[in-house]
Design a protein around this ligand. Structure first.
Ligand SMILES: NC(=O)c1ccc[n+]([C@@H]2O[C@H](COP(=O)([O-])OP(=O)(O)OC[C@H]3O[C@@H](n4cnc5c(N)ncnc54)[C@H](OP(=O)(O)O)[C@@H]3O)[C@@H](O)[C@H]2O)c1
Length: 248
C-alpha cells in the first residue's frame, strides 16, 4: 500500500468501539495523528494510551455528534493539537432495528440524529477549514443497508440511503476545493452495534446471523486505509464490502 497516510491528521467519530476504534488504531499504526471522538471518554482515552504507548500520536475529545457545538469543538481541538485536519471519518452510528408497526419513534429520531444529523454536523465543522486549505478528505460510514432494505431496517436503511445522496452531493460540490469524499458501506461486521437493539426478537435474529457470518472490524480499517492512502489525485468515492458468506 502506498503510504499517503503517515503524517495526516485524521478525526474518527465513533472511535470508542467497533470499526471506529479499529480504524483509529490501524491508521495510527501507519503514522497518522488521530483525534478520537465519542461519548465514552474512558474508552477513547484507553485507545490514546495504547497508541501513544507504541510511539504514535493521538488525542481523545469527548463528543456527542448530535450537538453541532461538540463537533465544532472537536475540529478546533484537532487544529490546536496538530495544526490542521486532513481527514474526517464520520463513523458514529446506531442501529436499533425494529418493524415500523412497533412505533419506536424515539429510536427513529435517535437514528436520524446520530446517523444523519451527526454526519451533517461533521461536514459543517470541517468544510470551511478544508475549503480554505484546498485540501481534505471526508469519509462517511454507510452500510449495505444503504443499498438494501431487510426486515426491521426501514428507518436505519433510510438514514443510510440518505448518506449516499448526501455524499454524492458533497462530492460534486467540493471538486473546486480539491476535497475527496468516500462512502464506505460494510456488511456484517462483529462489533457492539447489535447491543442497542431494544426488541429482543430482532436482536436475537441479528445476533444469530452476525454470529455466523460477521467479519472482524479490522476489515473496515483496511478499507479506510485503502481510500486514504491513494495518491491525492485519486478519489475513491464508494466502497461496498461484505463477509464472503453474506447473502444480503
Ligand atoms: N457492525 C456492522 O455490521 C455495521 C455494518 C454497516 C455499517 N455499520 C456502521 O458502522 C458505524 C460504526 O458502528 P460499529 O459497528 O463499529 O458499532 P459500535 O461498536 O456500536 O460503535 C458505534 C460508535 O458510535 C458512537 N456513537 C453512538 N452515538 C454517538 C453520539 N451521539 N455521539 C458520538 N458518538 C456516538 C459510539 O460511541 P459512544 O457510545 O462512546 O459515544 C461508538 O463508538 C455505524 O455508523 C454503523 O451504522 C456497522
Amino acid at each position: 500500500m502506498t503510504n499517503n497516510i503517515a503524517g495526516k491528521v485524521i478525526i474518527v467519530t465513533g472511535a470508542s468501539s467497533g470499526m471506529g476504534a479499529a480504524a483509529a488504531r490501524h491508521l495510527a499504526g501507519h503514522g497518522a495523528s488521530i483525534v478520537l471522538a465519542a461519548r465514552r471518554t474512558d474508552r477513547i482515552e484507553g485507545i490514546v494510551d495504547d497508541i501513544t504507548g507504541s510511539g504514535g500520536q493521538a488525542i481523545a475529545v469527548e463528543t456527542d455528534v448530535t450537538r453541532l457545538e461538540d463537533m465544532q469543538r472537536l475540529a478546533k481541538a484537532a487544529i490546536d493539537a496538530f495544526g490542521r485536519i486532513d481527514v474526517l471519518m464520520n463513523n458514529a452510528g446506531l442501529m436499533p432495528l425494529s418493524p415500523l408497526e412497533r412505533l419506536k419513534v424515539d429510536e427513529w429520531n435517535q437514528m436520524i440524529d446520530v446517523n444523519l444529523r451527526g454526519v451533517l454536523h461533521g461536514i459543517a465543522a470541517v468544510l470551511p477549514h478544508m475549503q480554505e486549505r484546498k485540501s481534505g478528505h471526508i469519509i462517511t460510514t454507510a452500510s449495505v443497508a444503504a443499498y438494501k432494505v431487510f426486515p426491521a431496517s426501514a428507518v436505519y436503511s433510510a438514514t443510510k440511503f440518505a448518506l449516499r445522496g448526501l455524499t454524492e452531493g458533497l462530492r460534486q460540490e467540493v471538486k473546486p476545493y480539491n476535497i475527496r469524499t468516500t462512502l464506505i458501506s460494510p456488511g456484517a461486521v462483529t462489533t457492539e452495534l447489535l447491543d442497542h437493539i431494544s426488541e429482543a426478537d430482532v436482536q436475537s435474529a441479528n445476533q444469530d446471523y452476525v454470529g455466523k457470518v460477521g467479519i472482524p472490524a479490522e476489515s473496515f480499517a483496511r478499507m479506510v486505509a485503502f481510500a486514504v492512502s491513494q495518491p491525492d489525485d485519486v478519489d475513491v468515492n464508494e466502497i461496498v464490502f461484505r463477509p464472503t458468506a453474506q447473502e444480503l
